[in-house]
Design a protein around this ligand. Structure first.
Ligand SMILES: [Zn+2]
Length: 184
């Protein structure tokens, strides 16, 4: 392993649990895989209740969901740290699409499974989804975007960017996360 290769899991406080909330009926097996993969990555994750998405969250002209609406819905559905999952494509104002979004800092994140399948098989899909889930939960804890292309906190513009990065934190992000944890 190279010296600067990211090698730390995202640290969360003891008892800090990520509640995965399926929205608008994503495939059940993919939802379960996300929960299992988060657990394997060393995070406490549990499956929450499924929600329908209100019509106001859907932009019919774009064929995409508004990420902010899903964050608001996730916050309403559960008072813990929440990760909404949808199979539909997402956007925030001023972008063509986003892989996900998060309150940064806050407690709500959302990941879209829509683009994770692009040019990838099941294992690639799972790994991409895990990386973006970790990044967005990391954003809720206050971690910033990272310039290290292999760090999980590196913001991906393309699925190739996601494939390039690891699912772990670089040394600088790990230090920042550990400091935040000690302060909380
Ligand atoms: Zn980093």
């Amino acid at each position: 392993m190279k010296k600067d290769e990211p090698n730390g899991p995202l640290p969360l406080a003891a008892g800090d649990e990520i509640v995965v909330l399926p929205m608008d009926a994503p495939p059940a097996n993919e939802v379960v895989e996300v929960v299992m993969d988060l657990q394997r990555a060393g995070l406490r994750a549990t499956l929450g209740d499924e929600s329908a998405v209100p019509p106001s969250a859907w932009d019919p002209a774009r064929g995409q969901l508004r990420a902010e609406r899903l964050l608001a819905l996730a916050r309403e559905r559960d008072s813990r740290r929440v990760l909404a999952l949808t199979a539909r494509d997402l956007y925030v104002e001023g972008t063509p699409f986003v892989f996900g979004a998060a309150e940064a800092p806050g407690r709500a994140a959302v990941v879209s499974l829509f683009r994770m399948h692009v040019g990838g098989d099941g294992e690639v899909f799972r790994t991409r989804t895990l990386k973006e889930a970790v990044r967005l939960v990391g954003r809720t804890t206050g971690l910033a975007d990272c310039a290290h292309p292999r760090c999980v906190m590196h913001p991906a513009a393309t699925v190739a960017d996601i494939d390039t990065k690891s699912s772990r934190l670089c040394g600088a992000c790990l230090l920042q996360a550990s400091r935040r944890l000690r302060r909380s």
